[in-house]
Design a protein around this ligand. Structure first.
Ligand SMILES: C[S@@+](CC[C@H](N)C(=O)[O-])C[C@H]1O[C@@H](n2cnc3c(N)ncnc32)[C@H](O)[C@@H]1O
Length: 363
């Protein structure tokens, strides 16, 4: 009998597994093209070009370019013209593959490869009962830059214009002037976007990693933003002297990474005080694996990225290991049991069912 979501288990599995593995190899080659900027080079050349011409335009070795083209042409990503030795990108592929493309997807392949490079062996070693608990942030030197690529476009175009307007009470407060904390702010993209849009409010970004806070400070300086500051720290152990200082706490793509979510929520409650608002944005998914089959298109990506990074990072820090797919039900349960009233919850606008928001108030 077929299980939920599996339409045919009885046929020959060979073609399916072969196709899946081919897609895996193609993803690695897409990551190579993305990281090296090769899709952009080919798109800019506009007319079909030989591997020599592409190599010259990229300032790279023709022999490597040719092998990469072999993979990309046979995967039907790059096209070959009727001469048989000139290559080009079909117009419909350019927005999905180039760095500046409006629907860029190739960064996801790049994230997969980079997470695999940093995490694979250490995560593998963590599986056995007697193995280490997990990984640490030092194991993933470029993680912040890679994960930021997932959210920065949305932050730039939709955080202020589509997300904040979901909550008219909050929008009014931000316009009038309140104090906001951006928890796990990364390199400050969201803190700076909010600070720019709401000059009467003040914003404090906090992140575990000093390197992220330095990046965030640079970004704020470049934009001459005077109403935001950043500090390195653990959002599960915030300073004693900031109790009740904030009216709004924002947390984007951090919750499932937390080692100690309940401790963190208790801290958020303390620094917000009664009536304070909290928005959590996290991966969209359901808590039971069976409920993600065919309902969450990116489920395989999210479980895999979680296993390579989010989950072992939390477990490695002695945490609960929520994982990126802990799901809507689990997050709702944790947040409400921590003493927050859920005001609104739903799919994040303009994020193509990838993210879910939880907007709450200190009960
Ligand atoms: C996936 S990134 C998201 C960053 C940013 N919010 C964004 O949307 O681009 C998760 C961030 O949470 C931070 N983080 C995780 N646990 C933390 C903790 N306990 N205290 C402070 N920051 C934490 C990490 O350093 C990382 O920058």
């Amino acid at each position: 009998m077929a299980s939920k979501g599996e339409t045919d288990l009885s046929g020959d599995f060979g073609p399916q597994i072969e196709e899946t593995i081919q897609h895996g190899f193609a993803s690695v080659m897409i990551a190579m093209g993305y990281d090296l900027g090769l899709f952009d080079v080919i798109a800019e050349l506009s007319v079909p070009n030989s591997s020599e011409e592409i190599a010259a335009a990229a300032g790279m070795k023709e022999r490597y370019i040719r092998e990469w083209l072999g993979a990309m042409v046979t995967a039907k990503i790059v096209s070959i013209d009727s001469t048989g030795d000139k290559y080009f990108l079909q117009a419909n592929r350019v927005p999905y593959l180039t760095k500046g493309g409006s629907c860029n997807k190739s960064y996801a392949a790049s994230l997969l490869v980079n997470l695999t490079k940093d995490g694979f062996e250490k995560v593998k070693a963590s599986f056995p009962t007697e193995g280490p608990a997990g990984t640490s942030y030092d194991d993933y030197p470029g993680r912040s830059d890679h994960t930021a690529k997932f959210g920065n476009r949305w932050i730039k175009n939709h955080l202020v214009n589509s997300f904040i307007p979901l909550f008219p009470e909050l929008k009014n407060q931000l316009e009038t002037g309140i104090t906001v904390i951006d928890l796990g702010c990364g390199k400050g993209a969201s803190t700076c976007a909010l600070a720019r849009a709401f000059p009467r409010s003040t914003f404090h970004g906090v992140d575990y990693l000093e390197v992220n806070c330095q990046g965030a400070k640079r970004q704020a300086e470049e934009e001459s933003l005077k109403n935001c500051k950043f500090s390195a720290g653990d959002i599960s152990k915030l300073p004693d002297d900031i109790s009740g200082n904030f009216q709004y706490a924002f947390m984007n793509n951090v919750f499932h990474d937390l080692a100690h979510p309940m401790t963190c929520l208790a801290e958020i409650k303390r620094i917000l005080g009664p009536g304070g608002l909290l928005s959590i944005i996290d991966c969209h998914g359901y808590s039971a694996i069976k409920d993600n089959i065919d309902r969450v298109p990116a489920a395989v990506n999210l479980y895999s990225a979680s296993l390579l990074g989010c989950l072992p990072l939390s477990l490695g820090a002695g945490g609960v290991g929520l994982g990126a797919m802990c799901g809507v039900e689990k997050i709702t349960e944790i947040v409400t049991s921590a003493g927050f009233e859920m005001l609104q919850s739903g799919l994040v606008p303009e994020f193509r069912s990838y993210r879910h928001y939880f907007h709450c108030k200190v009960a």
